[in-house]
Each structure stands twice: as structure tokens, then as C-alpha cells.
Design a protein around this ligand. Sequence first.
Ligand SMILES: [Zn+2]
Length: 182
Amino acid sequence: MNPEAFDLLGRLGLSAPGQGIILAGSAAVFVAAPDIDLLALRLLHHRSILTHSVLLPFLVLWLLPGLGPAGAAGAFLGVAVHLAADLLSPARGFGQIWLPEPFQVSLGRWSPLWIMLNALGAAWLAVAVLPPGDNWRLVVGAVGVVAAVGYGIVREKSLLSALVALGVVGAGHAAGGWLPPM
Ligand SMILES: [Zn+2]
């Protein structure tokens, strides 16, 4: 792509509708992203602590600032919904959170606590990384509801999963209202 076209894309991305699209697209990608540990099982084990945490969205925030705040906000939202759904599976075997090589030990019964804290933290950060303003809160709230219901019902085929994800997204949204922004 030539530099001018890239520049145009960059400016489009920073427009209000562009940021809305980036936020929704990023959420759609990152709702599935934690399970990329399945592609590196020898190194990571499934439900790796590295991918089932706020780390991946923070990498978007730090390494891809060109996406604008919506890129990271969508990533935090997606991971929050994924972790909310993971919270419902029992903390045995693959349900646990695992440290990578060379440790390959699990958090055991602390796994649900890890998942819950990271889900809530990600839901709050999705709001907190955005500039203040009702429009942003509206967009991140709407994308959060769609992601929670869509992932819960379509992917997990579980109403409970959708409700838990809605609760996590809602808690993050509420916290974003009274905790100081990032
Ligand atoms: Zn997972």
C-alpha cells in the first residue's frame, strides 16, 4: 500500500465511525484470541495464563497505538467476554489456568479467581482506555452487549454464559463511570 493510501486509512480510522468499526472489529477478533494458546500447546498449555489475562489487550494498547483507543478498548472487551464464558467451566484439567514452559503448573483452585479478576479488569479497562464522553460509553456498551450475547448464545450455546458475560461487561461499564480513567 502506498504511503498516501495508508495515511488516508489512518485518518479514516481516527474518525468517529472509523473508531466504532475498529472497536467492534477488535472485539470480534479478541473474543476468540485467548484460545490461540491451542496453537502452541507444547509451550503454553490450554488456558494459558499469558492469553487468558489482560496481557493481550495491553499489547494492542502498547504496540498498535495507530489503531487509536478503540483498538485496545475492543480487545479488552473481547477478552472480558471470553473470560466470562470460561468462568463457567469447572476448574479441573483444561478448565484451569496454566503457566507456560518451563513451569507447566496450573493455578489449581485459584484459576476461577484469576479468570474473574481478569474478566472484570478487562471489562473496566475497555471503558477506561477510551477518552471520556457519553458517545464512547454508548459505543463500548452496545458492542459489549452484542459480544456477550453473541458469544454466549452462538459460540457457547448457553444462556447462562451470555448472562454472566453481560454481568461482567455491565460491571466494567459501571466501574468505568466512577473509577478514574487510565
Ligand atoms: Zn479460553
